[in-house]
Design a protein around this ligand. Structure first.
Ligand SMILES: [Zn+2]
Ligand SMILES: [Zn+2]
Length: 105
């Protein structure tokens, strides 16, 4: 995965931890190269609890690596169908009930 900002390709470190930083932007996992990490306008998502930008995004959830907070990614709503609009058949049901009350078959 290249740097989301400048498109640089990640090079494997010879040893030790990669200097590349992982972050979440618009609720998508992104990588930030060492050069771009020095910039202040990275526009990464931040934790609403501790303001940290050390987040990881997985399976429609975002987790803060600093304080451990976990929240649902908004973008997952369409995938899971967990947040559905009211069914369109509702008004028809109400209408049918009204018709019964009013004696109209
Ligand atoms: Zn970069
Ligand atoms: Zn946090």
């Amino acid at each position: 995965m290249p740097c989301y900002r400048c498109g640089a390709r990640q090079t494997d470190p010879v040893r030790g931890a990669s200097p590349w930083q992982r972050g979440v932007r618009d609720e998508s996992q992104v990588l930030i190269c060492p050069d771009c990490q020095r910039l202040r306008d990275l526009d990464l998502d931040s934790c609403s609890t501790c303001r940290s930008t050390a987040l990881i995004c997985r399976l429609g959830e975002v987790e803060c690596r600093s304080c451990g907070a976990v929240w649902m990614a908004r973008s997952a709503d369409g995938l899971t169908g967990a947040v559905a609009p009211p069914p369109p058949g509702l008004s028809a049901e109400v209408e049918a009930a009204l018709n019964r009350v009013l004696g109209r078959a």
